[in-house]
Design a protein around this ligand. Structure first.
Ligand code: SF4
Length: 259
């Protein structure tokens, strides 16, 4: 009835697990959500920090950060894009302040002049037990023993453990660890989430058990997506989060249509 996407990514798997209907509207019907303030904030912070780490170690200072942020903002369309957002929960000054605070909080988690990254925005393709996967790894380093440490910046809040388990919180990074192992034969020893707003680093030692849990999620989600595509049934996972869902706002989510 519907054709499943050729590739899945850790984030598309996450979306299907959050709400199959939302996955369908986004990845199968290809009705994309418009850009949002918090997504732009995260992308802007990622981009500026990527450029910071391209500088020589001794130049990775607050001053350099400020000048990279100003350059990306003015000369790389960020000013125009953020100005054009339909919904702005604050002023442009608020956006810049929140972004700059997140970026400078990095110094509470690591010293950028003493941290050397071995890969950033690394594109990876892999076949995990028959599931074609692709995605981008934010950043990784090779530890002294040759193993890989994968990390990811987060500009949102730390998830409440009552609503998100440890395995779910680290799923995306564990999926990337599996993908690196399959594509580049690199073993990952640790994954780290850098919560910039809250100045917190959450990390997890990667074990075969953790990797197998992520592998199981990937395979099971692919099977569920194929089953939904065959029957045309994509469950609507109605929760309080629906109030923030674009598809509810524009009236095309079947669970809320006509309400
Ligand atoms: S409004 Fe709720 S049920 Fe509908 S697509 Fe969005 S998250 Fe899913």
């Amino acid at each position: 009835m519907f054709t499943p996407p050729e590739y899945l990514s850790p984030s598309s798997i996450g979306l299907f697990r959050d709400c199959p209907q939302k996955f369908k509207l986004s990845y199968i019907d290809k009705i994309k959500e418009p850009p949002a303030w918090h997504l732009y904030l995260g992308s802007f912070v990622h981009e500026v920090l990527e450029y910071l780490y391209k500088e020589d170690a001794e130049n990775r200072t607050h001053e350099t950060l400020k000048s990279i942020a100003a350059d990306r903002w003015t000369n790389h369309e960020w000013a125009t894009k953020v100005e054009a957002l339909e919904e702005k929960p604050g002023t442009i000054a608020d956006f810049k302040r929140a972004a700059f605070e997140s970026m400078t909080n990095l110094w509470s988690l690591e010293d950028p002049s003493e941290t050397e990254l071995d890969g950033m925005e690394h594109e990876v393709f892999a076949n995990i037990d028959g599931v074609a996967m692709k995605g981008y790894i934010d950043r990784f380093i090779f530890a002294e023993d040759g193993s890989v440490v994968i990390s990811d910046y987060k500009t949102g809040k730390i998830p409440n453990p009552r609503f998100k388990s440890e395995d779910d919180k680290f799923f995306q990074l564990l999926a990337y660890a599996l993908m690196l192992e399959e594509s580049d034969q690199e073993a990952t020893s640790r994954v780290e989430l850098l919560y910039l707003t809250q100045k917190a680093k959450h990390d997890l030692t990667v074990t075969p058990v953790k990797l197998n849990i992520a592998r199981g999620v990937i395979v099971e989600t692919r099977e569920n997506i194929e089953a939904s595509c065959a029957t045309g049934e994509f469950h609507c996972n109605v929760t309080n989060l629906c109030d923030w869902c674009h598809y509810k706002k524009i009236g095309i989510c079947p669970a809320h249509a006509g309400k």
